[in-house]
Design a protein around this ligand. Structure first.
Ligand SMILES: [Zn+2]
Length: 611
């Protein structure tokens, strides 16, 4: 099975690599042929795109290795195998794993390395938080437990729910944005790193199949003892609200989770996530400082040694967070626009010079906007933004103002030549948004220019996130990477494994009612004959379309317009295989007790099941 997993992964990577290499070659051809005549633009070498010097240097810290923590004979961290580190503590009778990487294939490679050190069974796993790069590879380590099936998994009380709900209703969009941010469509010469890790390992093999915690705690601290090792789990809300840092008294080690890593913290993530409470994050770092560790092992980037060094770093880290928060609010109180605030705030020079506060991952500007949004919501307070024109409408008006789209294109080209890539990007994008105002020639030129802008902007970035995003956008804009879509198997895994209530919640946001449904109420009940898999089900489910929303209730009703008797498995498969719904419903697993098949299919056709 291990070899099979590795082979599958390797094949996928190779295929992706081949496609991306061809795409890059094309881009490089255009990039170099275009920039030859321009004096200021970044020239690309024949083999790779330029990368910000500091970001390139940063790649070295992700050298793949298993480090034995100094002055211990039983604590190890595997770094460079996946986005997140995987930590092993060897106890008397077994090993403890802190964070499991994001993929089965990465976890298998890490396990192989750990097995060169000890053959003791896995006695316990700790999830520092619910993010996929920490929980995705758990299956591999559970199989190394004494019985090969079960193993205590510790986490903060809310971690389980967060794993279950992670990206559930926004899954397809989250996938697209994460793909762009982590640069998984880029090929090797253009990809540099992910800011907090070398790369995002293939997560497709584990999506929706994470193992839930078996043991949780809900107090500020909780002491556990696994395989003779005492560990304190400390709830430290930071990057996520469920963040657990782990303190090991025997060696005075603090496992810092994602509340510290060598980069300005991701107070806002451009892949998209709910607002992060940055004041709480700074407060949590104070709690971490109070443990006075001699060694700090974060779940991303390298361990830090020395009580004094750790204290300085953590203090600077929390002060940097507080600085961005406080200065954002100060400027908010002066009625500055969030975009202006983002451009006005810089860390004080002493903090800016710290290697571990460089903006390899999070950035100060994005953080300021997120802090504004956390307090005030989307509205900037500027009346121009209250009923803002859509980007398309704005594009039309911009072209009208300029006279015609060729003039806008000329201005865009001039901005590009002057290295004003942002303005060139905005102008070329405007032409593409209002294509009916342009000739094919202008559209083609605007598209090429937009690609060049994305390439130039991408190469300038110190943040791996924005570098990856721009370079992926260049590929997408050129059509050299096809539209990014969540793999169908993700949705299928989700539907086959998650509680039905959660699945129907995601159906609500896939409901696309036709205008004819205004004022119409229709209901569909599923009576479930076998409910082995479904803990929450009563006798079934009723889905009601009412006021153009879908309302679900964990109860079947014979009063519904359509009543279908089926099994839970068949019901799951029905939604998991949208292309064969008609066939499924005609099978022996379904019996229509009330209404008819045609009405049922009409009901189902109101959903965007292909999302
Ligand atoms: Zn992480």
């Amino acid at each position: 099975m291990i070899q099979q997993l590795l082979d599958t992964n390797t094949t996928t990577l190779l295929l992706a690599g081949t496609v991306a290499t061809a795409a890059l070659a094309y881009i490089l051809y255009h990039a170099t042929s275009k920039t030859k005549t321009k004096k200021h633009n970044i020239h690309n070498s024949s083999s790779s795109l330029y990368c910000n010097h500091d970001l390139k240097q940063h790649t070295h810290i992700f050298k793949q290795q298993v480090l034995q923590i100094q002055n211990t004979n039983n604590v190890y961290v595997a770094i460079g195998y996946s986005l997140a580190n995987c930590i092993m503590i060897e106890g008397d009778t077994g090993i403890i794993i802190i964070d499991t990487t994001e993929s089965l294939s990465s976890a298998l490679v890490v396990l192989d390395e750990f097995r060169k050190i000890t053959n003791k069974p896995v006695a316990g796993i700790i999830y520092t938080h619910f993010h996929h790069d920490h929980v995705g590879g758990s299956e591999v380590f559970i199989k190394e437990s004494i019985d090969g099936k079960t193993c205590p998994i510790w986490a903060q009380e809310t971690t389980e729910e967060r794993i279950s709900n992670f990206n559930s209703i926004i899954g397809p969009l989250a996938y697209v944005r994460a793909t762009k941010m982590y640069g998984t469509k880029l090929d090797k010469p253009s990809f540099e790193n992910c800011g907090i890790g070398p790369f995002l390992a293939g997560v497709d093999d584990t999506q929706g199949l994470e193992n839930s915690p078996t043991h949780t705690y809900n107090t500020p601290t909780h002491t556990i003892n696994i395989a003779g090792i005492e560990l304190q789990l400390i709830h430290c809300p930071g990057e996520t609200d469920d963040q657990t840092v782990v303190y090991m008294p025997r060696h005075n080690i603090l496992f810092a989770a994602d509340n510290y890593y060598e980069s300005f913290p991701n107070l806002y993530t451009i892949r998209g996530a709910p607002n992060r409470d940055v004041v709480q994050w700074a407060n949590s770092i104070d709690i971490m400082i109070n443990t006075s560790p001699d060694v700090m092992v974060p779940s991303h980037t390298l361990p830090v040694y020395g009580a004094k060094e750790i204290q300085i770093r953590l203090q600077n880290y929390r002060d940097a967070i507080q600085y961005v928060h406080d200065q954002t609010v100060r400027l908010m109180l002066k009625n500055y626009h969030p975009d202006e605030i983002a451009s006005m705030i810089q860390l004080p020079s002493n903090l800016r010079d710290c290697e571990y506060l460089k903006e390899f991952y999070g950035t100060v500007g994005w953080s300021a906007k997120a802090i504004f949004d956390g307090y005030m919501g989307w509205y900037s307070g500027d009346e121009c933004d209250l009923m803002k024109l859509t980007p398309t409408e704005y594009a039309h008006r911009l072209i009208d103002l300029a006279g015609d789209s060729q003039t806008v294109l000329d201005k865009a080209q001039r901005a590009f030549d002057d290295q004003d890539y942002q303005w060139a990007l905005e102008l070329s994008s405007a032409i593409l948004r209002a294509q009916e105002k342009s000739t094919r020639h202008v559209i083609k030129a605007a598209k090429e220019l937009k690609t060049q802008c994305c390439l130039q902007l991408g190469q300038q970035q110190i943040s791996a996130n924005s570098r990856n995003w721009y370079l992926t956008s260049a590929l997408l804009n050129e059509g050299k990477v096809s539209e990014i879509k969540v793999p169908k198997k993700h949705l299928k895994n989700f539907i086959l494994t998650k509680p039905l209530g959660m699945i129907f919640s995601t159906m609500c946001v896939r409901f696309n009612p036709s205008k004819s449904l205004a004022g119409v109420t229709k209901s569909l009940s599923f009576i479930l004959k076998d409910r082995e898999m479904e803990r929450e089900a009563a006798d079934g489910w009723t889905l009601t379309i009412r006021n153009c929303v879908l309302y679900s209730k964990n109860e079947a009703s014979l009063d519904s317009d359509i009543v279908i008797e089926t099994t839970e498995k068949a019901l799951r498969l029905l939604f998991a295989q949208p292309s064969s719904i008609a066939k499924s419903v005609l099978s022996s697993d379904f019996s229509v007790k009330k209404g008819d098949v045609r009405t049922f299919l009409q009901f189902i056709r109101n959903f965007d099941l292909d999302l």
